[in-house]
Design a protein around this ligand. Structure first.
Ligand SMILES: CNc1nc2cc(C(N)=O)ccc2[nH]1
Length: 373
């Protein structure tokens, strides 16, 4: 682990682990869920509200911030923490995933990716070296290697070529990152759904040496069953004493299944993005508040939830504000969903520490099967 960073495993229960990542900007309780703060904001949330949901760390997107307002401007203004008024840990992604999913006119070569901004059409280039520079300028605490997220489906040949490119970029990312006390660099395992390639990728990353290891190339359309098939073996290939981060996951049952298989950190836009569309996550499953059935319902979204939406507002009110397109709807549903996700993580941390994860998981699924939400 980089100086100023440490990961302490507190307990395990089967493959599930709970622990603490200590960083100069604060501790991260694992398993951890990272809300996504794409353009230097978790949409519809004040930073103090994000903290109130229980988040210890949030994610920033290199691709968005390099285009607007630019990493150089954020650096001149004191870095991303000061800029967005979040002084706790921030993990930034490398830009690799979003440049392939959001930009136009892309050209991928051994050097990196040139592309056209989706904001103003300007031309840009990301390389491992440039990605490390951008993430340094942002001041993020956990930096991600620049990689290619192998598209799904991929043939064995396509996946192998993609993975090996990412491993060459991982070495370049490590070399460009240099020695930055108080900052960590995470490598990203690729190899799609091919076990031998996952092994080759893990060995390559371990020989380079990172402060944490991500399982990449998943949650890209393979579906939960195939994702779990990969997670049944891929995390075990990574160093047991370092944090394992599953990128872009996921729905609550995805998260539970990933923690069960040894994952320590996750991020996903789902709770925040879906909150804005009326989708609500509860202990009994998912509901959509725009459904007319809620218009006279005086109950809270979730009887067991202590968030401001559930403490102070009825489903009827939330249905009304959704229909009326009132801004408070996005605020309250985002807050609730993020609070629910953090309660889910806390529940798993407590269960793993108590050695009762299997029972906790059974209860999690049983409540969702009861329906009547
Ligand atoms: C939403 N799914 C998702 N899969 C991801 C994979 C990567 C990756 N670098 O393999 C990054 C972000 C990702 N987001």
């Amino acid at each position: 682990m980089a100086t100023g960073f440490s990961f302490e495993l507190k307990a395990t229960d089967g493959k599930a682990r709970t622990g603490v990542i200590s960083t100069p900007r604060g501790d991260i309780r694992t398993p951890a869920f990272m809300p996504v703060g794409t353009a230097a904001t978790v949409k519809a949330m004040l930073p103090e509200s994000v903290r109130a949901t229980g988040a210890d760390i949030l994610l920033g997107n290199t691709y968005h911030l390099m285009l607007r307002p630019t990493a150089e401007r954020i650096d001149r203004l004191g870095g991303l923490h000061k800029f967005m008024n979040w002084e706790r840990p921030i993990l930034t992604d490398s830009g690799g995933f979003q440049v392939m999913s959001l930009s136009g006119l892309r050209k991928l070569t051994e050097k990196g990716v040139t592309f056209k901004s989706h904001v103003d059409g300007s031309r840009h280039e990301i390389t491992p070296e440039r990605s490390m520079e951008i993430q340094r300028l942002l001041g993020s605490d956990i930096v991600m290697c620049f990689d290619e997220c192998t598209p799904f489906p991929a043939t064995e040949e396509q996946a192998l070529e993609s993975m090996r490119l990412s491993m060459r970029w991982a070495q370049r990312s490590r070399d460009a990152f240099g020695d930055r006390p108080g900052h960590a660099l995470f490598g990203i395992q690729q190899g799609s759904t091919f076990r031998e390639q996952r092994e080759e990728s893990a060995e390559a990353l371990k020989s380079i040496g990172f402060d944490g290891y991500a399982v990449g190339g998943l949650a890209v359309g393979e579906g939960q069953e195939m994702m779990f098939d990969v997670l049944d073996y891929a995390p075990d290939m990574l160093p047991v004493e370092k944090p394992r981060y599953l990128m872009g996951v996921g729905k609550p049952d995805d998260i539970v299944g990933a923690v069960k298989r040894g994952i320590d950190m996750m991020d996903c836009v789902l709770p925040s993005r879906s909150g804005r569309t009326g989708q609500v996550f509860t202990r009994r499953g998912v509901l959509n508040i725009k459904n007319a059935r809620h218009q006279d319902d005086p109950r809270p979204l979730d009887e067991e939830c202590s968030c401001p939406a559930c403490r102070n507002y009825s489903r009827a009110y939330l249905h009304h504000t959704f229909r009326a397109k009132e801004i408070i709807q996005s605020m309250l549903l985002t807050w609730h969903n993020l609070h629910y996700y953090q309660d889910l993580m806390q529940g798993m941390r407590d269960a793993i520490a108590a050695g009762t994860f299997a029972q906790w998981e059974a209860d999690f699924h049983a409540k969702r099967a009861e329906g009547d939400i």
